[in-house]
Design a protein around this ligand. Structure first.
Ligand code: ZN
Ligand code: ZN
Length: 755
């Protein structure tokens, strides 16, 4: 649209002057140049600047309403306007429109998440006439790294890992020109002044083609990369990474290439192309890739390129085409891209660390000289009931805040033991960190401590209290107790339910179901299949799954057959254990333990119920990784089917032993369908009966078992059919990754805290 057209099409008023306050994610995202360009277009004079609350505009002209409409309608892709407020001012003499330096007050309240290279930059990347042709670190205000290279606020180049690169004349000019797409693009760079890649793209591609494993420095850490079509390369990577059977994610050039491998439906394409460029779990077509990429399970984690380096790999593999049609056409190259985190430790981000820790795994290590400040794994999502649901929340989504129902005091919450995250509240916002991981090793605990420091620092929050799990031995709990500020201990499943309530803005009594692997209940009980009444800081256990013994304790999570044995024992068929599990070492001993009630702690865990089903059906008797057996069980289901005689319900206790008995000697696929279908119906009738008694219609669904798409989708729909209002986690994963938010929200209700 030309200048004249745009003005002719809109209504002209007498000359007015407005002070326009814009709140939201409007800093560091090209918002001021965008306002500048609009001002040119609509003949507006005045100025724009960043300040502590967002962006302030002083605008004068005859087309202010059209200017404001365009401000809303054409907002840059990375920006988000929460609120616009206008004040009338008396018109003055103003000849031009200026971008003025930041105003008073606390500057840059928001840091943005990392973004994939934008379409404009991709076009320049493959334009032989552009000065950034094939430059691996091209970016602009609309794209590129943010959170992972920011040391502190305000978000200015000097506070990022780009500080060590001084801009060349050309870059400086772009950086200072309000009309340029790179105006104040803090990571701006070009081949003559910016970071350099340690290995040529062509060499990387040829090494991968030859079957080598390459460690590649990315946005939030190193990846281990190999050719997913090369079975021996994939097997070697699996062996070297000691990654038993856990599925690898793959990267493909574009959606057309992805369609060859997986079924993309129900919003999966949009999710793949989401600015966070997450890994999306999708059903795969039969046998297009070696089984070693994702053994046992029928879905595949896929993602699209998000850094210029990724695009350059696919470009080179495509034979360096002269035009850019290849960007939309299906490409053959499929790359395994797995986090470079040896033995479950945190992701490697540092060049020296990469050479030290990845030398035994990678044949070649590709570094560059732009430091990664903050570790961030790839995020993982899947579609549940037509909308995205998190499996792991990290790169691209942090540090976007979750809006709470009301402002709360500043609180630090330190999360659980597994899949740890931390959370810091500031007013109505809750900032949940990226996935930190299991706190079972020293490096992970360091990463946890570093994340606490960094998040508090960057948000300039001084917490008045710290919330932690009830479990006294978690490293996170010990850390919290050592801080010397007020502490609030929060029961694990209370936190699960509170997290869902918090993200959905629920601040009234609700029911919550926590379908989980393990959490400590009061009196050192093993919980994990709980129905709770929750009202902020108050809660009551109003129901639970009937407990099963766990022969040997925690080890059952890795040996689902033991839970099969426990179910047989509970059914009065303990005499069959030794013969049915004769191929498992120690089956007779387990039978004895159950018989004599030795080292067989009871657990109401839903995860253990899944393990029992797997154990009885002979599905993955020995698991290679956490959740392995239930994942395979879910993969067997094409249509869940229910048996009304599969459960008993009395006094809030849901007993699924009848269902478990029906699984004995059953065909695995039919058994999996019967288990899922009956469990969904049983949970529904259980929740419904308690909802009737309590008068609560809102049901928060939480716990790691809801990563199971069949269960989550089925339970959601069936509760809706019952006239209830079930809430599924959408901003955080249902598993322990959400615990920190729940802890913070519970602590916010603590009467001891001011506010
Ligand atoms: Zn860009
Ligand atoms: Zn330059």
């Amino acid at each position: 649209m030309t200048l004249v057209d745009s003005k002719a099409a809109v209504h002209s008023d007498p000359c007015r002057r407005w002070q326009i306050r814009v709140r939201g994610a409007v800093q560091g995202v090209g918002f001021r140049p965008f306002v500048y360009r609009l001002a040119q277009r609509f003949d507006v004079t005045g100025w724009v600047r960043n300040d502590g609350e967002g962006v302030m505009i002083d605008a004068q002209g005859r087309y202010l309403r059209a200017f404001l409409d365009a401000l809303r309608a054409e907002c840059p892709q990375l920006a988000r306007i929460d609120d616009i407020h206008c004040n009338d001012l008396a018109p003055t003499e103003q000849a031009s429109f200026l971008v003025v330096p930041s105003g008073q007050g606390k500057i840059s309240t928001v840091i943005n998440a990392d973004h994939p290279v934008c379409d404009d930059c991709v076009r320049e990347l493959f334009d032989a006439n552009n000065r950034r042709f094939l430059y691996p670190f091209i970016n602009c205000t609309n794209c590129g790294p943010r959170y992972t290279l920011t040391k502190k606020l305000p978000y200015d180049r000097v506070n990022t890992s780009m500080a060590q690169f001084s801009m060349c004349r050309h870059c400086a000019r772009e950086y200072q020109d309000p009309a340029d797409r790179r105006f104040h693009a803090e990571p701006i760079a070009c081949p003559s002044c910016g970071p350099t890649l340690g290995t040529d793209i062509a060499e990387i591609v040829s090494r991968i083609g030859a079957g080598e494993i390459v460690a590649l420095k990315g946005l939030g850490g190193f990846h281990l990369v190999c050719d997913a079509r090369n079975e021996s390369a994939v097997n070697r990577l699996r062996h070297l990474k000691q990654r038993d059977n856990k599925p690898f994610a793959v990267m493909l050039a574009n959606a057309a290439s992805a369609r060859r491998l997986v079924a993309l439906d129900g919003g999966a394409v949009a999710l793949l192309q989401h600015p966070a460029r997450p890994i999306v779990l999708a059903r795969r077509h039969a046998a297009r890739l070696p089984a070693a990429v994702a053994p046992d399970v029928p879905w595949l984690g896929i993602m699209l390129p998000y850094t210029p380096i990724h695009y350059l790999l696919f470009y080179d593999a495509a034979g360096c085409p002269r035009d850019t049609r290849w960007l939309l056409e299906a490409q053959d190259l499929v790359l395994v891209m797995t986090s470079a985190n040896p033995a479950g430790e945190p992701l490697v981000i540092d060049n020296a660390e990469a050479h030290q820790r990845l030398a035994g795994i990678a044949d070649h290590i590709v570094t560059h000289d732009r430091d990664i400040v903050i570790r961030a794994d790839d995020s993982v999502l899947r579609i549940i009931d037509g909308a995205p649901a998190f499996v792991r929340r990290a790169r691209g989504f942090v540090p976007e805040p979750i809006k709470l129902a009301r402002p709360v005091p500043p609180i630090l919450a330190v999360g659980a033991y597994l899949k740890n995250t931390i959370c810091v509240t500031r007013g109505r916002e809750a900032f949940v960190s990226q996935h930190i991981g299991d706190l079972d090793n020293v490096r992970a605990i360091h990463f946890f401590e570093e994340s606490v420091r960094h998040l508090l620092d960057i948000l300039a929050v001084e917490p008045c209290a710290v919330a932690h799990d009830l479990h006294p031995d978690f490293p996170s709990t010990r850390f919290a107790l050592d801080l010397g500020i007020s502490t609030v201990a929060v029961q694990h499943h209370h936190a699960h339910v509170a997290a869902v309530a918090a993200e959905h803005g629920v601040d009234e009594p609700c029911l919550g179901v926590a379908l989980d692997g393990f959490g400590l209940g009061p009196g050192a009980k093993n919980w994990g299949g709980e129905l709770l009444w929750v009202n902020g800081g108050q809660w009551r256990r109003v129901g639970h799954l009937k407990p099963l013994p766990q022969p040997g304790g925690d080890v059952v999570a890795r040996q689902p057959w033991r839970m099969g044995a426990a179910a047989l024992h509970a059914l009065g068929r303990g005499g069959e254990i030794a013969s049915r599990y004769h191929s498992q070492a120690g089956a007779a001993v387990i039978a004895q333990m159950l018989e004599n009630n030795v080292n067989t702690p009871l657990s109401s865990s839903c995860g253990r119920l899944f393990d029992a089903a797997c154990g009885l059906l002979g599905v993955v008797p020995e698991a290679g990784f956490e959740g392995h057996a239930p994942m395979v069980l879910e993969g067997l289901v094409s249509q869940p089917t229910a048996n009304r005689d599969g459960w008993r319900l009395a006094n809030g206790v849901l007993d699924l032993l009848p269902l478990l008995e029906q699984l004995i000697d059953q065909d695995a696929q039919y058994g999996a369908e019967l288990f899922h279908g009956t469990l969904i119906d049983a949970l529904t009738s259980w929740i419904q009966s308690i909802a009737m008694e309590s008068g609560c219609q809102v049901i928060a669904l939480s716990g790691g078992c809801l990563l199971n798409q069949v269960l989550a989708d089925g339970l959601l729909k069936s509760l809706q059919r019952s006239g209830l209002n079930p809430l599924l986690p959408r901003r955080l994963p249902p598993n322990d990754g959400a615990i920190s938010l729940g802890q913070a929200w519970v602590a916010a209700h603590d009467p001891g805290l001011a506010g």
